[in-house]
Design a protein around this ligand. Sequence first.
Ligand code: 13P
Length: 255
Amino acid sequence: MARRPLVMGNWKLNGDKSFTKELIENLKSELAGVNGCDVAIAPPVMYLAEAETSLIGSQILLGAQNVDVNVKGAFTGDISTEMLKDFGAKYIIIGHSERRTYHKESDEFIAKKFAALKEAGLVPVLCIGESEAENEAGKTEEVCARQIDSVINALGVEAFNGAVIAYEPIWAIGTGKSATPEQAQSVHAFIRGHIATKSQAVADQVIIQYGGSVNDANAAELFTQPDIDGALVGGASLKAPAFAVIVKAAEAAKN
Ligand code: 13P
């Protein structure tokens, strides 16, 4: 089954108002004419208003890097699904390793965020992936299965209909040391196969992005792999020309 690729930029804690506007203007001109790949950006939530305005007339979709499980009330510092929707955000990253590590987010808590996003009609981009130690101990598949199962056990496999998984091995994030296309493909095939044990139809349509040091030099080869449906890009998403090369590589490989 043909899946439409999705390349998404995770800007993390970077940028300001003018950077946001300028990067989006540059992305709009670099990506004009791309129609075989979905493209999304997740700027810091502070700049969603600037991003929403700058994206008017563009096919680039808006996302965010996190969300709270609560919709309203006394939850100081949190941002709800409805607030993200209010700014036109669609793809919401949850379970990023930086949040699992620095904010001690558990599998169960992340599954609640997944539920909140589905309830709101937003698209969860569920990040999973093993640490270097887990990788060296041969636990990659076990870790990925556990992180996926926390959602399946809470919500059922159908929750992955229309959702996105980003396989991001922690040892590859921000290190310049991407997984090889073969390494990534092997884990992506495992993830899809794991979901297929519950539902082949859900497994066939779920978008599985690779993330971890994706750049303009290595993207094309990653996208030749059948179960790599796009990328979640950190550092290289902050430069319009590099991000555009990655998007166009996905479009070329998957059409
Ligand atoms: P880098 O592309 O900077 O390695 O970051 C990947 C990532 O964490 C995207 O969510």
